[in-house]
Design a binder for this molecule. Structure first.
Ligand code: NAD
Length: 314
């Protein structure tokens, strides 16, 4: 199937792997990567790239018209930990970039949008275990407030203007190709790097802080499956809960020790502990499973096997 796709924020942790996966599926020339900075060599050398600021409506429109783009994956955002340091910048980037693509879809200049939300839409008053699709939310972080507002706007644009926008509430994502970009779950990537390079890791969260997580391959597959699924199957137009595994720093430490028995860990919680404490420990994603047949493939053991194998090669 031929279709032209634009990824905005393509050089980040998710965007890099998403771009490579979409190019594999739809062909290099059909998938345009864009960002405000250049990315890794494998991203830059695998197909077309545009320098593009997601907050500049005219610039985004120009790229969309020039490349005759049909679908946009909007990955540009400021993540949870960084957003607590720069609240207004986070709000402006996270909201204005979304409005730009929603308005371009409202004007029928693009057909479909993928926009990731996050488990950060939940807050301290949400049920912590098996957090349902629909429940009390009340996010307490700048990032979570921007994601919850984004979800409301997505649903509104769908209902009022028939915009086909699709969304997932990603948990923390674990990957080896690209480093994470300033989130609260970044420890679950750093720990593998430091286990291999130093044999020790100082964790910025407490040992029993259990959070929902996912391996990047599952996250990319979920986005592509959601975007490709029949429009009638999509019943949630805010954002779908999405889950695969939940673990604490001490549990990921134990799984790495299976490969590296001398690995040691210490704990020095910082401001990110408060953010993590406000989030769910596990997520009920039954709606995604029912509506479009979602199912994860990576648990913690398989994730650790893959991370250690791939990072050891590099
Ligand atoms: P990232 O920080 O790694 O990447 C974001 C990219 O956006 C960067 O390459 C950055 O240069 C680019 N960018 C920043 N400002 C821009 C602008 N004005 N115009 C164009 N590009 C700009 O983030 P990520 O982890 O890849 O996350 C992508 C999306 O997924 C975000 O919406 C994020 O909130 C969401 N998400 C990520 C995770 C995770 O664990 N990584 C979890 C939940 C949700």
């Amino acid at each position: 199937m031929q279709k032209s796709i634009l990824i905005i924020g393509a050089c980040g942790q998710i965007g890099t792997e998403l771009t490579l996966a979409l190019r594999e599926l739809y062909g290099q020339e059909c998938v345009i990567a864009s960002d405000i900075r250049e990315g890794s060599d494998n991203l830059m050398n695998s197909g077309p790239f545009e320098l593009l600021d997601a907050t500049n409506y005219e610039a985004v429109e120009d790229v969309i018209l020039y490349h005759e783009i049909e679908e946009v994956y909007l990955m540009a955002a400021m993540l949870s930990a960084t957003a607590e340091k720069f609240p207004e910048r986070a709000w402006n980037l996270n909201m204005n970039s979304l409005f730009n693509v929603l308005n371009l879809a409202k004007e029928k200049k693009i057909n479909k949008i993928f926009w990731p939300s996050s488990i950060a839409v939940f807050g301290p008053n949400s049920p912590k275990e098996n957090t349902p699709q629909n429940t009390i939310m009340e996010p307490s972080t700048v990032y979570g407030i921007s994601k919850q507002s984004g979800e409301r706007w997505c649903e509104y644009y769908h209902r009022k203007f028939d915009v086909d926008v699709r969304s997932l509430r990603y948990p923390g994502l674990i990957s080896w190709k690209t480093s994470p970009g300033g989130g609260t779950t970044d420890y679950a990537v750093e720990i593998y790097h430091e286990a291999l390079s130093k044999g020790e890791y100082q964790c910025f969260l407490k040992e029993n802080t259990k959070l929902p997580m996912m391996f990047m391959d599952d996250a990319i597959r979920a986005a592509i499956e959601l975007m490709d699924c029949d429009i009638d199957k999509i019943k949630v137009r805010s954002s779908y809960n999405l889950a695969s595994m939940s673990f604490s720093p001490s549990e990921i430490y134990e799984s790495i020790k299976e490969h590296l028995p001398d690995f040691t860990i210490s704990y020095l919680p910082d401001f990110r502990q408060n953010i993590a404490d406000s989030w769910p420990s596990s997520i009920d994603d039954s709606k995604a499973r029912e509506d479009w047949n979602w199912g994860p493939e990576f648990d913690l053991t398989r994730t650790t096997d893959e991370m250690i194998e791939q990072l050891s090669k590099n």
